[in-house]
Ligand binder design. Structure first.
Ligand code: NIG
Ligand code: FE
Length: 407
């Protein structure tokens, strides 16, 4: 078995060991263990040991070494909300928005999501795979070792299923975002859902881990979202929702009613929604890069954490509302715009994000027997993760016990 010793690290920082049964909440979100002058020993795909260099004894057998001087090790970052399966781009729309056009206006005029649907359908399966692989490479270089990837830019059977396969092949966890928008060949949302649930769900249920819906004015309302999600749940998928991005349209009550894993966005969520989420098992996934990119209000992160809600942070990587794959940038926004502590941001992009994806049992922390996924920062202190705004901070990534990226 290949062993890899990452030695002489300035720091190893990890969310502290807590119950793996549920996401971290409240004061525990600040519990990060930091070891100075430390090492991590990986054996095969798992962590064998972590500790102080001074306590590292002699190692028998073949051991590869990685020089960690000047670096800090974090658990491999987990991006629990991305849209990587798309063709074309939206740079023209970006220019129009810079000139004052609003995202919702562009969407209503047939641009926005639907313009990406046209470009994605034109790619074909091989083209789609190339694009998803390329986007997965960007994520890796920003320190992401585990990621979720949604479909939702095909909205026909062939392209939706090809998107889910492309995400799986590129190493992601596929989510069927079959209810992202109503494609132009359907007269209304009901007719589209009739088609999607009869023709696409049977295939999607065998390819995806979860289902997602865009519950919003101009997309799907709460009644239609309930119909879609209930059918997906009955087909064995975990549930996610895009909710309260522009308006409070019932996403939080529906997420709680259906025991969804998460409700994501929440830029428009008010005090009642904060209280409801805090009293539930549904995680709040905050996407500050999307709020920044669209010049929208930030989600009420501090209120959610202080009320006791489980939070995660993600990029929302997509061509229209968040063209970034950088979780370090998201952590900078979390600390500067959402008023979270670096510790809270770290927990939200590691163990809590893993909970949203249902994989916190084997990743999200640095501890023996967990997956050997490490993100190595070029920094003397792990908090540079958030502090170095837009910095070229990821020096190397270890995934499954092997060096997957080195700058
Ligand atoms: O999460 N809000 C809906 N879906 C994506 C954006 C999709 C797009 O603009 O292409 C989001 O922001
Ligand atoms: Fe999204």
């Amino acid at each position: 078995m290949t062993r890899l010793l990452v030695r002489d690290l300035a720091q190893v920082a990890t969310p502290s060991p807590l119950s793996v049964a549920a996401p971290v909440r409240g004061r525990a979100l600040r519990e990060v263990t930091v070891l100075e002058e430390a090492y991590v020993l990986c054996a095969g795909g798992t962590i064998e040991a972590v500790g102080k260099m001074a306590e590292l004894g002699p190692l028998d057998g073949d051991v590869e070494e990685l020089d960690g001087r000047g670096l800090c090790a974090l658990p491999g970052l987990v991006d629990c909300h991305t849209h990587p399966a798309w063709g074309g781009d939206r740079v023209g729309e970006f220019s129009l928005r810079a000139g004052g056009a609003s995202y919702e206006e562009l969407h209503a005029a047939g641009g926005g999501i639907l313009s990406t649907v046209r470009a994605t359908r034109a790619l074909g399966e091989a083209g789609l795979r190339d694009r998803v692989e390329r986007h997965a490479g960007w994520m890796l270089r920003h320190g992401t070792t585990t990621w979720e990837g949604k479909s939702g830019y095909g909205l026909d059977r062939e392209t939706e299923l090809a998107s889910l396969r492309a995400v799986r092949v590129a190493g992601g966890s596929p989510t069927w975002l079959g209810a992202h928008s109503v494609p132009p060949e359907f007269d209304d949302a009901d007719a589209y859902l009739d088609f999607a649930l009869a023709e696409v769900l049977p295939g999607a249920a065998g390819l995806a881990d979860a289902a997602d819906v865009f519950l919003e004015r101009g997309a799907f309302d709460a009644a239609r979202a309930r119909r879609y999600l209930a059918a997906c749940r009955d087909a064995g998928l975990s549930l996610r929702l895009h909710g309260d991005q522009f308006t409070e349209s019932g996403a939080i009550p529906l997420a709680i009613e259906l025991a969804a894993r998460s409700v994501d966005h929440l830029e428009a969520t008010g005090p009642a929604g904060v209280r409801a989420l805090a009293g539930s098992d549904v995680a709040a996934v905050l996407l500050p890069a999307s709020a920044l990119f669209l010049d929208r209000p930030m989600p009420p992160a501090r209120e959610l954490v202080d009320a006791g809600a489980a939070i995660a942070l993600a990029t929302d990587f997509n061509p229209g509302s968040a063209f970034t794959t950088s979780l370090p940038l998201v952590c900078s926004l979390a600390c500067t715009q959402l008023h979270l502590a670096p510790e809270e941001a770290l927990v939200a992009v590691t163990v809590n994000a893993a909970h949203v994806l249902g994989c916190a049992g084997d990743r999200g922390r640095i501890a023996p027997e967990l997956r050997a996924d490490l993100t190595l920062l070029d920094a003397p202190d792990w908090r540079y993760l958030a502090y170095h705004l837009g910095g070229d901070i990821v020096a190397a990534v270890v995934r499954d016990g092997a060096l997957a990226f080195q700058r």
